[in-house]
Ligand binder design. Structure first.
Ligand SMILES: [Ca+2]
Ligand SMILES: [Ca+2]
Ligand SMILES: [Ca+2]
Length: 321
């Protein structure tokens, strides 16, 4: 009996050691995760403003999930009857409306839709005008705008699906315009890839900062470092780097729009009927100025409202020169 007990204890020993090692490994992992989630310094936070880094990186590795996930046939309650690609990341959910080939919704981590497209004819800035990039308007067609009664159809195709990128292309029904959407863990990038030599385009953000338009919503650019109210327009070119952010006084978050290629063309902002933003790269009045391809404009969220932190984050991600 005594011998048998000894033998049994010896047999159990490896399991006991394994349990100790496992407990130790868990403790180390928990410590690493705790450090990432809770113990980062202000400096760390400043350098990781695309929410979720590095904490989310740890979580994502732990759950082995993709950083960018696409659902090919999604519907959007605010745009009934229209089919969308739904692209989900840790910081944003994008709804890319298929027939118009434009973003109909851009939803932050708290559920606020910063675009708020609605297709009802006649809704104007309260719905049908909203979207991104709304790039081709009244020149060789109306394309790359979520489908309203003016938008003409495009065809879209998923070109690539990987854990860190989803790429979807779009071709206008008349065949003369083409574009591409790349969705990354931290932002989305629209690229105009084909255009007629006789026309020009713009790239617009027409939407609802923080989920709805408020007079207290605000904007800043790379050059305008203090918050400007919605009632203040922006006229003229944004000097390099070309970016603008929009904020909502209730949120410690901005939506950014970055034009990767600097130019001297005007970049205009105004609010329309206190219902949506109208911002355009390559826009003055109703005139369009973007005159070559490829050109890229990225859009996404940053979990800060600090000008210097925004500037540093966009530069670090390679979105600005
Ligand atoms: Ca708002
Ligand atoms: Ca410029
Ligand atoms: Ca410009």
């Amino acid at each position: 009996m005594h011998v048998a007990q000894q033998h049994s204890a010896v047999k159990r020993l490896p399991a006991f050691v394994a349990a100790l090692l496992l407990a130790g490994a868990c403790a180390v992992y928990a410590e690493i995760k705790w450090h990432c989630l809770s113990n980062e310094t202000d400096s760390d936070r400043r350098t990781d403003l695309f929410a979720g880094e590095p904490a989310t990186t740890v979580i994502q590795q732990a759950t082995a999930s993709s950083a960018v996930h696409v659902t090919p046939n999604a519907t959007l309650a605010s745009a009934p009857g229209l089919e969308c690609y739904k692209i989900e990341t840790a910081v944003a959910t994008y709804y890319l409306e298929k027939s118009g080939a434009g973003l109909a919704a851009l939803i932050d981590r708290d559920g606020h839709d910063w675009i708020g497209f609605r297709p009802e004819p006649g809704s104007g800035p309260a719905g049908e005008f909203r979207g991104f990039p709304n790039a081709v308007h009244g020149q060789a067609g109306n394309y790359f705008h979520p489908k309203n009664h003016v938008t003409e159809p495009s065809t879209m195709e998923v070109e690539y699906v990987g854990p860190d990128r989803v790429t979807i292309s779009a071709t206008s029904g008349n065949g003369v315009w083409a574009s591409r959407y790349d969705f990354f863990p931290t932002h989305g990038t629209f690229t105009m890839t084909k255009m007629p030599s006789t026309n020009q385009y713009w790239v617009l953000y027409e939407g609802t900062p923080g989920g709805q338009y408020d007079d207290t919503d605000w904007w800043m650019t790379s050059a305008v470092k203090e918050r400007q109210p919605m009632t203040t327009n922006h006229e003229g070119d944004i000097p390099a780097p070309e970016w603008i952010v929009f904020g909502d006084e209730k949120l410690q978050r901005v939506l950014f729009v970055v034009h990767h290629e600097d130019d001297e063309h005007p970049d205009r902002f105004y609010q329309m009927k206190q219902q949506m933003t109208v911002f355009g790269f390559g826009r003055s009045g109703g005139d369009k100025f973007l005159d070559f391809v490829p050109q890229r404009v990225s859009i996404g969220f940053l979990e800060t409202t600090d000008h210097a932190a925004i500037s540093a984050a966009l530069e670090r991600k390679g979105l600005t020169p």
